[in-house]
Design a protein around this ligand. Structure first.
Ligand SMILES: *[C@@H]1O[C@H](CO)[C@@H](O)[C@H](O)[C@H]1NC(C)=O
Ligand SMILES: *[C@@H]1O[C@H](CO)[C@@H](O)[C@H](O)[C@H]1NC(C)=O
Length: 194
């Protein structure tokens, strides 16, 4: 065997090893079906004060209809003001906070969200965000982490982010893939191109 072909064999081997390593980080499917949340990766994905754990995800676990997250927000942490074309349900496990929801959903009367309604919640509260309603979730408790289970429909999520409540809907910035999908969805699209 020529030296050059040995080299190409070796590099193929490394390429395969790297690809497999990345794939297993980004798509954990099949058995075991029972997973331990404590062993799932925890990451802020660039949002200060957030810990995100993908309990059951589209990119990670092949979920098709719903996605489930475990989010922990440090005191004072807020989500961006945003909307998404899917439903979202929250179950508050620990702590307390405030949800702001622009009641005038789906762009019916105004071209911008307008002053939101304010809802206080605490452990054992549950609330839902309708499709396309502009909202923000805030850990307004200075002393305690806020921990929530979040369920969203139709993953992977498309986000539209607002600078403030008077920003026109048409000016909201599309973020896709969402924070936690960036790494794995990018990789998937690269795979499709190959
Ligand atoms: C989950 O993992 C944690 C940390 O590794 C461990 O302490 C705990 O016993 C595990 N729980 C289950 C249900 O396996
Ligand atoms: C939440 O509700 C359940 C069912 O009523 C109850 O068992 C549990 O103690 C409650 N927890 C808190 C923190 O109120």
């Amino acid at each position: 065997m020529k030296l050059s072909s040995i080299f190409s064999l070796i590099s193929l081997f490394f390429l395969a090893a790297v690809t497999e390593g990345e794939a297993s980080r980004c798509s954990i499917t099949g058995i075991p079906l029972v997973r331990n949340i404590s062993e799932q990766r925890q990451d802020s994905h660039g949002i200060r004060g957030l810990s995100h754990i993908m309990v059951a995800g589209a990119a990670l676990h092949g979920m098709k209809e719903v996605e489930v997250w475990l989010h922990t927000y440090a005191p004072g942490t807020r989500t961006p003001i945003h909307r998404h074309p899917c439903e979202e349900a929250f179950v508050v496990l620990k702590g307390s906070g405030t949800a702001y929801i622009a009641s005038d959903q789906a762009h019916s009367r105004h071209s911008y969200p307008g002053t939101p309604q304010e809802f206080r919640f605490s452990a054992n509260s549950t609330f839902g965000i309708p499709v396309d309603a502009v909202h923000q979730v805030w850990n307004s408790n200075e002393h305690e982490d806020l921990q929530v289970i979040v369920v969203v429909s139709r993953p992977p999520m498309k986000l539209f982010i607002y600078d403030d409540w008077s920003m026109p809907h048409t000016a909201a910035k599309l973020m896709f893939p969402a924070f936690w999908d960036e790494e794995c969805l990018k990789e998937e699209s690269i795979k499709e191109e190959l």
